[in-house]
Ligand binder design. Structure first.
Ligand code: SF4
Length: 394
């Protein structure tokens, strides 16, 4: 009998987690996949994030629970970020000191889950090559429904280890379909991982033969472990071999009643008589240190009050950007040089492209077209979205 296992999905405020919620909600009824949605609110998110959460609640017809640090709740601090910022002595988080994600995103989530078994659905797309920053607690298993390989690295390492070949072969024999060449499959299954044959190669070879068969085999193996998915009698994602890439994400959002957060929409700027476009590439805190300099300029010009608030956190030599304070960045000459550099980069990219499409015209401001269904001005986003964590930006 299925043990009590929670299904949870974190909404970061970004497009990918929103699309994942829409996708799973559309595909599986609540009886089949009773997902609980949550968001870990830092209290310093953009207003667009709260709009998205409200719209999603209507669309999913379900509340999105708000998880926050319990100690913070018993204080008079205005928001969880400030509570921790003070506890860290005014030390700002940075890429190599990410106390914010740990305390504001992962810890409240893990505290809510406690010792329960939970499956956490993560919206890393099929066209991304990253695992993200996710919980590593053994009672919480991450599943990536948009990818060809829905399983996490730890599961793959164990299931495909040379020590597990015998089991793998046994499960493959049970699940192999008539369309698959038995010998070819068994050759691959029995092939050892070595310096000349990596675990990723083996994974891709097996997925290329048949994703569903691979998933069924992994599911069988999970039943012999303590992993939460292994405690289920039935796991519908095993039968799903969809791969969703960025355009699918936009389509899912456009087909719903949920709007793409406004910050993704390109806004025009002018520099040296030329026009460029800038936008914010990610959800999360408005002062996130992961943002690019042109995004800081975007914040300063599009949300001046938030920029001023971000400035207030900078003191005693601590700044959001290494080696440059926001006061320095806001100098008009500096702003011009950031825009100049951004436009130059965009043009270089455009010139190097073999095929020029409307979204590329769009990001350079060559054409006036704010149609978000366009394959998209957001290719620039690809550069930015590799950084950061699954908890904040997906
Ligand atoms: S959005 Fe940025 S600043 Fe906020 S918690 Fe995430 S990593 Fe930290």
């Amino acid at each position: 009998m299925t043990e009590e296992v929670k299904h949870v999905l974190g909404i970061s405020g970004g497009k990918d987690s929103a699309a994942l919620a829409l996708y799973l909600n559309k595909l599986y009824s609540k009886d089949v996949l009773p997902i609980e949605y949550y968001t870990c609110d830092t209290g310093r998110e953009l207003a667009e994030t709260y709009v998205l959460i409200e719209q999603l609640e209507h669309e999913l017809q379900q509340p999105i629970k708000k998880y926050q640090d319990k100690n913070y709740r018993s204080t008079n601090e205005e928001n969880p970020f400030d509570y921790f910022w003070k506890r860290y002595g005014g030390f700002l988080p940075a890429q190599n000191a990410r106390w914010c994600t740990k305390n504001l995103k992962l810890a409240p989530f893990e505290a809510e889950i406690g010792d329960s078994l939970a499956i956490s659905y993560v919206g890393i797309r099929g066209d991304e090559d990253r695992e993200g920053y996710i919980s590593t607690r053994p009672n919480i298993q991450s599943i990536f429904p948009f990818r060809k390989n829905i399983w996490s690295v730890d599961v793959i390492k164990k299931v495909l280890s040379n020590d597990n070949v015998e089991n793998l072969a046994k499960y493959y024999k049970e699940h192999i379909t008539s369309n698959e060449s038995f010998e070819k499959v068994m050759d691959l299954v029995n092939k050892s991982i070595s310096l000349s044959y990596s675990i990723n190669q083996k994974l891709n070879d097996l997925l290329d033969i048949n994703v569903k068969t691979f998933n069924k085999v992994v599911f069988e193996w999970l039943k012999t472990t303590e992993y939460p998915v292994g405690k289920l009698d039935y796991f519908p994602l095993v039968e799903n071999d969809d791969i969703l890439v960025r355009q699918d994400i936009f389509n899912l959002i456009e087909e719903s009643n949920v709007d793409l957060p406004n910050y993704y929409l390109p806004r025009e700027y002018e520099i040296d008589g030329e026009k460029g476009k800038y936008f914010r590439s990610r959800s999360g805190c408005f002062f996130c240190f992961y943002q690019q300099k042109i995004e800081w300029v975007w914040l300063m010009e599009q949300h001046p009050a938030l920029f001023e608030e971000a400035k207030k956190y900078e003191k005693d030599g601590y700044s959001w950007i290494q080696g440059e304070s926001l006061e320095q960045l806001s100098n008009p000459e500096r702003v011009k040089s950031i825009k100049r550099e951004h436009l130059k980069r965009m043009k270089r990219r455009y010139e190097n492209l073999q095929t020029k499409t409307s979204w590329q015209d769009e990001i350079l401001g060559i054409k006036k077209n704010n149609n978000t269904s366009d394959p998209s001005w957001l290719d620039e986003l690809l550069d930015a979205e590799g950084d950061g964590c699954a908890s904040c930006f997906i």
